[in-house]
Design a binder for this molecule. Structure first.
Ligand code: MLC
Ligand code: AMP
Length: 504
């Protein structure tokens, strides 16, 4: 028996003093240092009584210890459940309850709020802060630096990542060891990662992009990462000369292009810039090449599937396309109504199948069946086409989703909160173009007859319940929502009416 994910990502580095994590202050942690910390955390978790398959809910700031917690879960056969640091207590209660997490690991500053929630759901609670302090590491310090890896199969679950849905209820996407491992192996190969690579890592580690794509690819290649707490323009510019590669959401690249210091001299030594999680405007791609001489490599993925397509490392990286299906991934364009494959070049829904595709939504068989076909094809909800050269183009979404700065926001979740507020008849939440975030959230409100909703009070209600990045940047009150003959709100008309609201 073995533990394929741990053995391949982490185990191969056992005892190696090679650099793995480089911090902005110059500290370098070796693979050995990192694995020692992971082993100590694995002891703490298992000594509190956790057994393989238990869920570990984690809402902590980015730090080497936070990443070691992920490695510890893999080594101990526990299911890692990372959560956006922006989530409110209301949102967290749902995730903890829905996942049946056995323990919650949070920042000390949220301990008082989360303790009663964890207690009421019979979950333990430990703290871990950005500087590595807290009850988790206090206990870990006394633990041995090695841990006997728990046997797991490739089909066993490694992580739950929650993703919102069109009904407003988040779903726990169950990812297996094989899902993560197959994708890491493919990407490292496709993008030519080696032990010499130094990845500039400024992404959060609670989503697929920063956690699995960036970290797993680096681990599998034996390279190192400049591990920054977040994307801060000054820090990123200062760190670039020491990096060979960078992964980011389009906002990273537009922010870099907004600074004249970001030029061909600063990037001459770089090997690769990868973009994903949201559409990279063709104009950003072109501007980037003009400024730096580098062509950004755009790829396409999602929480449920990891990465599906990529532009080629060698060959033409085409602006406005997400490249070709990755080796081992099948991609087809189908008719949303019939599910039949459409003729080459037609626009339809994108479906994917492969070792990267998740196992289903935790305890939601109906939602799983609605999106994951019995033959293994996953209906992504994205609309696209394949051109004559085989490049995949994403042309829109068949799901009501806003992507702001790489974070997914489902309008329904916000509409449910807004609709409940006094004086409101109904609302429609839409995404409109935004120069920094790509898209941003706009709330359109219709007043109940004879009433005037208090939009400021509505924003307070939103703030209490929903993470900051989901908040509408503006609420506007109109007389009525445009509807089609079936009575369905025509969000496309609203999007068109307000498309210039945030454009400069
Ligand atoms: C922060 N804010 C956001 C936001 N991020 N609002 C909307 N959208 C976002 N993405 C809030 C802040 O809380 C702040 O609130 C205000 O907006 C402005 O903050 P900022 O300082 O400009 O934001 P910053 O902290 O710099 O963050 C922006 C960002 C960050 C783009 C750097 O959001 C980020 O790192 N995004 C990456 C997301 C990601 O990793 N996605 C991958 C998902 S996986 P206030 O109160 O100050 O106004 C996936 C699959 C795949 O999609 O294919 O990869
Ligand atoms: P998430 O559920 O957070 O994993 O987000 C996945 C969604 O992000 C996909 O379904 C797409 O809509 C979008 N996405 C990811 N990468 C790209 C890309 N390169 N271009 C356009 N959209 C993308």
């Amino acid at each position: 028996m073995a533990n394929p994910l741990f053995d391949r990502l982490f185990g191969t580095h056992a005892g190696k003093a090679t650099p793995f994590i480089r911090l902005a202050d110059g500290t370098v942690l070796s693979h050995q240092d990192f694995l020692g910390t992971a082993a100590q955390i694995a002891h703490v978790l298992t000594q509190t009584g956790l057994t393989p398959g238990d869920r570990v809910a984690v809402q902590v700031e980015k730090s080497p210890e936070a990443l070691a917690l992920y490695a510890a879960c893999v080594q101990a056969g526990l299911i890692f459940l990372p959560l956006n640091t922006a989530y409110t207590a209301d949102e967290l209660s749902y995730f903890i309850e829905n996942s049946g997490a056995s323990v919650v690991i949070c920042d000390s500053r949220n301990e008082a709020t989360l303790t009663p929630i964890a207690k009421s759901l019979s979950a333990g609670l430990e703290t871990l802060n950005a500087n590595g302090s807290g009850t988790l590491m206090d206990q870990a310090a006394a633990m041995p630096l090695s841990f006997v890896t728990v046997d797991r199969e490739g089909s066993d679950l490694a992580a739950f990542l929650y993703t919102s849905g069109t009904t407003g209820r988040s779903k726990g996407a169950m990812l297996t060891q094989d899902n993560l491992l197959s994708n890491a192996e493919t990407l490292a190969q496709e993008w030519r990662f080696t032990a010499d690579d130094v990845l500039l890592h400024a992404l959060p580690i609670f989503h697929t992009h920063g956690l699995f794509v960036a970290s797993n690819v680096t681990l599998i290649a034996g390279g190192s990462m400049i591990f920054l707490p977040k994307f801060d323009l000054e820090t990123v510019l200062a760190a670039l000369p020491d990096a060979t590669t960078m992964m980011g959401v389009p906002t990273f690249y537009t922010r870099l292009l907004g600074d004249a210091r970001f030029n061909s001299d600063l990037t001459a030594h770089m090997r690769l810039f990868v973009s994903g999680s949201a559409p990279l405007l063709a104009e950003t791609h072109v501007q980037f090449e003009t400024r730096t001489g580098h062509r950004i490599l755009e790829r396409y993925g999602m929480t449920e599937t990891n990465m599906n397509t990529s532009n080629p490392y060698e060959g033409d990286r085409r602006a406005g396309t997400v490249g070709f299906p990755l080796p081992g991934v099948e991609l087809k364009i189908t008719d949303p109504a019939s599910g039949e494959t459409l003729p080459q070049g037609d626009v339809g829904q994108i479906e994917v199948r492969g070792p990267n595709v998740f196992k289903g939504y935790w305890q939601m068989p109906e939602k799983t069946a609605a999106e994951l076909r019995a033959d293994g094809f996953f209906i992504t909800g994205d609309l696209g086409r394949i051109d004559a050269d085989g490049y995949v183009h994403i042309v829109g979404r068949n799901k009501d989703l806003i992507i702001s700065g790489g974070y997914n926001i489902y309008p329904k979740e916000i509409e449910l909160v807004l609709d409940e507020q006094p004086g409101v008849l109904e609302t429609a939440v839409i995404g409109v173009p935004h120069p920094d975030f790509g898209e941003t959230v706009l709330g359109v409100v219709v007043a109940a007859p004879g009433q005037t909703p208090d939009t400021e009070a509505m924003m307070v209600a939103v703030q209490k319940q929903l993470a900051r990045f989901k908040h509408p940047r503006k609420l506007i009150v109109i007389d009525e929502l445009p509807r089609n003959t079936m009575g369905k709100v025509q969000k496309n008309i609203l999007r068109d009416s307000y498309k210039d609201m945030f454009q400069t």
